[in-house]
Design a protein around this ligand. Structure first.
Ligand code: KDG
Length: 314
């Protein structure tokens, strides 16, 4: 089994139990969230080892997060607890279709204070892949600096960097800054994993093929563009292709689908499968993720994933 590193902000999410504007909802269910944490949970469910680097506040949300993470057999050794800052959370609406509304309560959170001193000692020896998302890059200048350092260290140690832009404009000071930083990291990554509308926003280009060319020319080693229900398009040095998506019975909640895709793609590649097979597994776990309400509750154990995938890949 492979060993992964990821770093980011764990959040508590309160999921609305009734449809309507968030201001009107009175019943919420508590859950665990955070893009990098979702990925860590997904990889761990498939039997892989993950080092999750973060910080939480010395508060009930921080305790809940650490206890839940330990319950997923993910080590909490690299999660610092700090008294000076709080744990972030967010609330999410319930919708009949489309993406839910969200409201963040995370400014100056404990995780946003991650800095060079917290990660400088980290070793990539024995690590098989480093996972990065655009959410952590947006949290503060100090975490951005730390992520840049780790990406360079990963490259020195020949550890592939998987980068999901996870565009969250609310977290950036401006659209320009968001595009500038995300593209800078995309050009440095081994696998860049944008959704098609994210990639269009980042480049101003339209088709997946044009977008892929743009990134490959600028230094991105491989790119996989998520096309929603249509599957995903990939471009590597060896070639390009589109892998069809899976049939989804009912879209319950789209949040976390991209994380599911990353889990499928990364785990499969690291297990030695081809890019076509890996994109197929990405599509499968993305589909499973949208059929459940929680940000990571749809991420499958290996047997469930294999059952779902049987007879579905082409
Ligand atoms: O990718 C899913 C995440 O968006 C969700 O779990 C919450 O990390 C989160 C965020 O910042 O939106």
């Amino acid at each position: 089994m492979a060993k992964f590193i990821t770093m980011g902000e764990p959040l508590v999410v309160f999921i609305a139990k009734e449809e309507g504007y968030l201001k009107d909802v009175s019943l919420f269910e508590k859950g665990l969230a955070g893009a990098e944490l979702n990925v860590a949970i997904g990889l761990s469910r498939l039997g892989h080892q993950v080092d999750y680097i973060s910080k939480v506040g010395a508060d009930p949300f921080g305790e809940y997060i650490k206890e839940s993470i330990a319950g997923y057999q993910i080590s909490t050794e690299k999660i610092q607890t700090m008294g000076s800052h709080q744990t972030g959370f967010y609330i999410k609406s319930k919708v009949a279709s489309g993406d839910p509304d969200i409201a963040y309560y995370r400014k100056n959170s404990a995780a946003s204070t991650i800095q060079m001193e917290d990660i400088m000692h980290l070793s990539f020896r024995g690590v098989d892949a480093f996972h990065v998302t655009g959410i952590s890059l947006a949290l503060s200048e100090s975490i951005l600096k730390a992520e840049r350092y780790l990406i360079k260290e990963a490259a020195i140690n020949e550890v592939p960097v998987f980068f999901d832009p996870n565009l969250r404009p609310q977290l950036w000071e401006s659209e320009e800054r968001m595009k500038e930083v995300i593209n800078e990291i995309a050009y440095m990554s081994d696998y860049f994993l944008p959704g098609i509308s994210e990639a269009q926003r980042l480049t101003g280009l339209k088709s997946a093929a044009e977008i892929a060319q743009h990134y490959l020319i600028h230094g991105t080693r491989n790119i996989v563009i998520k096309l929603g229900a249509a599957g995903a398009y990939f471009a590597t040095k060896e070639g390009t292709g589109t892998i069809k998506g899976f049939l989804v019975r009912e879209v319950v909640d789209t949040v976390g689908a991209g994380d599911g895709f990353a889990v499928g793609l990364m785990s499969s590649l690291l297990e030695g499968y081809t890019i076509e097979e890996a994109v197929c597994r990405g599509n499968a776990i993305g589909a499973l993720a949208v059929m459940s309400e929680g940000d990571n509750s749809g991420l499958p154990a290996r047997e469930e994933m294999e059952t779902f995938m049987t007879n579905h890949c082409e």
